[in-house]
Design a protein around this ligand. Sequence first.
Ligand code: SF4
Length: 313
Amino acid sequence: MRDNISLIETPPMNCSKCRREAIIYQRYSGMHLCSEHFTDSVESRVKREIRKHHWIEHGDTIGVALSGGKDSTSLLHFLIKTFGHRPDITILAITIDEGIAGYRDLSETEVIARRYGVPWHTASFAEEYGTTLDGIVAGQGGDDRRSCSFCGVLRRRLVNRIARENGCTKLAFGFNLDDEAQSVMMNVLRGDTERLTMTQRDNPGMIPRIRPFAVIPEREVALYAHLHVGSLADHGCPYAHNALRGDVRRLLNEYTWQHPATKFAVRTLGKEMQGRSTGPVLTPEICPKCGEPAFGTCRTCAVLDEVKQDKRT
Ligand code: SF4
């Protein structure tokens, strides 16, 4: 697939920094990089992003949302490498089982958490909500077009609760630059000005989220994982096929081939738009029904009510 990064093909090129053999060409920077300087390039940008936002501070307990894929496993690797020696910082892993047949294998994530020596906590939709994502899709007559919306809302609530109950002060997600740019573009294509311009507000029950890899293109995260984490199982979610995100990914990759800085520009646009809403500002509340933090109508309860309705019809 076309992207703003190309693995080196024959003839071999030399690293722009040290003249050793390069393993990657960053089209947006014009640099050929060897393994060592590529790793430096990724890690220094991630560290800069963490410093800029004060994302990791003295005394933090960081819960890493660990799916077992390349993004979250690379993030866990990076955090352990960078902060694992600090006695004032605790790192743990949290895995959510959505209940998607053939997709999530908890034994694989447990092995990853063990390899990095971090406590591993898990929870499932089945135990928490009394249903699975497969069950929800079945309740919709097999129509899976809204599966990602349901999944995202239910997963966010559950991972937040598990993080809070385990004393986390930050919740770290492995979202990469492509994920970020795709989210902005999806809101643009839907004409969703509310989401584009909304103000991110604190709610005491919601653990602050950090996304240290948000400045790293997806294929660079994949290469970082290949170099430092090793091979990972990639089961692929069966509901990912018809998501708008897939179309937007293709569109952005094609355009970025011609204009290598596009994904960075789209992410910046998204950040610039945030907080510009002139609508009413929602106050943080506790949902009277489920007791979890919410802004306005509790989206989790709204999804669960809809799911129950589907079961009755
Ligand atoms: Fe959930 Fe959609 Fe991701 Fe599958 S692709 S895990 S349904 S958000």
